[in-house]
Design a protein around this ligand. Structure first.
Ligand code: G3P
Length: 227
């Protein structure tokens, strides 16, 4: 399962890019707006941080297929590198997905809440479909179950589209979508740190340091080898 950063916060993206094995960054209009900065500069800054090879997913804001495709082409040319246009699942969106695929533009179908939306988007050529886990859980639906059925449906029907599970609030949600076969998740920078935190890990590291220092003092492995 691939990890992506769902954020436009440059410090958060920098940290995740430096320390975590991320495959890309995803944004949406809410995330971009929350940065309250120049749109073009923000996109270039994100691209500069992650480089050309990692995925950058940016959402179209137009309503009609033709306008969405125009935005997709402009964004692809402007952002460069490994780029995906995010398109919400609407009738115009589906038309735009097919048109973007025909033009060789990577497509992520977003705002997915049902299995049939995912199937339709996949048939329209979406490379990724993005179901919103926490928002499903918040309406007493079951985000993990939706992901599970999309994965099964794609497997059974030989569909190559990947699930990019989005909208997470907890580590448990991330773990459970991993267990049902999500191909990728996009999560906020804070959740990356929470996913690897465990007090027993910290306890073990403290014990290693304490035991080591009783014999070798302040010297580290490199100091001893260099003597
Ligand atoms: O990128 C879309 C998705 O991650 C939305 O997340 O937290 O606004 O439900 P959230």
């Amino acid at each position: 399962m691939l990890f992506m950063v769902d954020s436009a916060d440059l410090n958060g993206i920098k940290k995740c890019n430096e320390f975590f094995p991320i495959s890309g960054v995803t944004t949406n209009p809410t995330i971009i707006s929350s940065a309250k900065s120049d749109f073009k500069k923000l996109l270039l800054d994100i691209r500069n941080i992650i480089g050309e090879d990692k995925m950058l997913h940016v959402q179209a804001t137009a309503d009609t297929a033709e306008e969405i495709v125009k935005e997709a082409e402009m964004l692809r040319d402007f952002v460069g590198g490994n780029f995906y246009i995010k398109i919400p699942i609407t009738e115009e969106g589906l038309k735009a997905m097919s048109m973007c695929k025909a033009r060789g533009i990577g497509v992520t179908a977003t705002a997915i809440f049902t299995q049939q939306q995912a199937l339709m988007a996949a048939r329209a050529g979406a490379d990724f479909v993005a179901p919103y886990i926490n928002r499903l859980d918040n309406i007493i639906s079951d985000g993990v179950h939706v992901v599970e059925e999309i994965v099964q449906m794609f497997d059974k029907q030989g569909i190559k589209s990947k699930v990019l599970a989005a909208s997470f609030k907890t580590c448990e949600q991330v773990h459970k979508v991993a267990m049902v076969g999500a191909h990728s998740v996009t999560i906020n920078p804070d959740l990356f740190s929470t996913l690897i935190y465990h007090p027993l890990t910290m306890y073990a590291i403290d014990a290693f340091e304490s035991d080591w220092s009783m014999v070798y003092g302040d010297k580290k492995v490199a100091d001893l080898l260099a003597e």
